[in-house]
Design a protein around this ligand. Structure first.
Ligand code: FAD
Ligand code: NAP
Length: 312
């Protein structure tokens, strides 16, 4: 049996929301413990350049997150490499069971578990995951030097992934189900001007085609969304970039959720449906989902927790 540790504020998650909450809670002398989860640094660790973090015209996502961790620790937060497997919010102090065997009890909890990549849900996508199908160009792009890849999606992530993949691939085809992208205009301009990128509108992927020996992708089968016509596009890699789903599994039956699984908070605050539990960042935000807005909410959560603890 592992040890039990008590903290005034337990912060779950190490993205911009978690680390910012840790900076503020530490400066409020609350001695917070932050548990990082299986992706220390969060989503920005799987991207390259970030160009919209105020104060840095260019900063590499992983570098920014290393600096955020160092900042939180310098202010006095304890950052722990562990993952919370279960959380009990039914009574105070709240209880969190970690994979390491440690049990954390906390007077207040800040949830900052962010979001995870969505998949198309095709059996063939599952079959070739890790063998030509990926949701992270930064992680896997290197394997596609001189090869043909497709990227699926029409948001900022898809456009960024397509642009990044031009560093390796001989040809990049962006496949989108509509005729308009959601990505920022500046990103769209770069995409349309790039000689290696071709955009295929009004198509969705119905199957990933490949071989078993050795296991690998050879093509994607597409369907035109209005005519229904099927086309096969030969390729070696498939990058799925169709958005992210909130990581609310820990609290699914304990907190009010909305908009497909995002934790609901009171307007203008980070208060959830359970007093003493606060939520920040992509976990609670289905609209903005940016590093800077997540960091802002992390700050709010720490201030909300401080106020709550002062009243108890
Ligand atoms: P996340 O960054 O998602 O972090 C969640 C954290 O929770 C992780 O550390 C994870 O390990 C932890 N966690 C989850 N479950 C548990 C658990 N059970 N126990 C313990 N810990 C747990 N935004 C921008 O502003 N600019 C950009 O240029 C930009 N580029 C992006 C590029 C890509 C490829 C992606 C995917 C996103 C990008 N974003 C960008 C969006 C930005 O990354 C997110 O808005 C931001 O990271 C959300 O921060 P967060 O703190 O809410 O959560
Ligand atoms: P997103 O903005 O939600 O876009 C998802 C895209 O995937 C949409 O174009 C959507 O199509 C498409 N899609 C969804 N489900 C699909 C399916 N089953 N089959 C085919 N296509 C599907 O997600 P995101 O691009 O990951 O961005 C998430 C958030 O992170 C956004 O707020 C974004 O601004 C932010 N982000 C910011 C940056 C940056 O600032 N540089 C970089 C990356 C991400 P429709 O358009 O038809 O709905």
């Amino acid at each position: 049996m592992g040890e039990t540790r008590h903290t005034r504020v337990l912060i779950i998650g190490s993205g911009p929301a978690g680390y910012t909450a840790a900076v503020y809670a530490a400066r409020a002398m609350l001695n917070p413990i932050l548990v990082q989860g299986i992706q220390p640094g969060g989503q920005l660790t799987i991207t390259t350049e970030v160009e919209n973090w105020p104060g840095d015209t260019h900063v590499m996502g992983p570098d920014l997150m290393v600096r955020m961790q160092a900042h939180a620790e310098a202010m006095g937060a304890e950052v722990i490499a562990d993952h919370i497997a279960a959380l009990d919010l039914s009574r105070r102090p709240f209880t969190a069971e970690a994979d390491s065997g440690t049990t954390y009890t906390a007077d207040a909890v800040i949830l900052a578990t962010g979001a995870q990549a969505k998949w198309l849900g095709l059996p063939s996508e599952e079959q070739f995951k890790g063998f030509g199908v990926s949701a992270c160009a930064t992680c896997d792009g290197f394997f596609y030097r001189g090869k043909r890849v497709v990227v699926i999606g029409g948001g900022n992530t898809a456009v960024e992934e397509a642009l990044f993949l031009t560093n390796f691939a001989s040809q990049v085809t962006l496949i989108h189900r509509r005729d308009r992208l959601r990505a920022e205009k500046i990103m769209q301009d770069r995409l349309f001007k790039h000689p290696k990128i071709n955009v295929l509108w009004h198509h969705e992927v119905t199957e990933v085609l490949g071989e078993d020996n050795p296991r690998g992708v050879t093509a994607v089968r597409l369907r035109h969304v209005t005519t229904g016509q099927a086309t096969d596009i030969p390729c070696d890699g498939v990058f799925v970039a169709i958005g992210h789903a909130p990581a609310s599994g820990l609290v699914r039956d304990q907190l009010e959720l909305h908009n497909g699984g995002y934790v609901r908070v009171d307007a203008g605050s980070t208060r959830t449906s359970v007093p003493g539990v606060f939520a920040a960042g992509d976990l609670t935000d289905h609209i903005y989902r940016q590093a800077v807005t997540s960091a802002g909410m992390g700050c709010m959560a720490a201030l909300d927790a401080e106020k709550f603890l002062a009243g108890h």
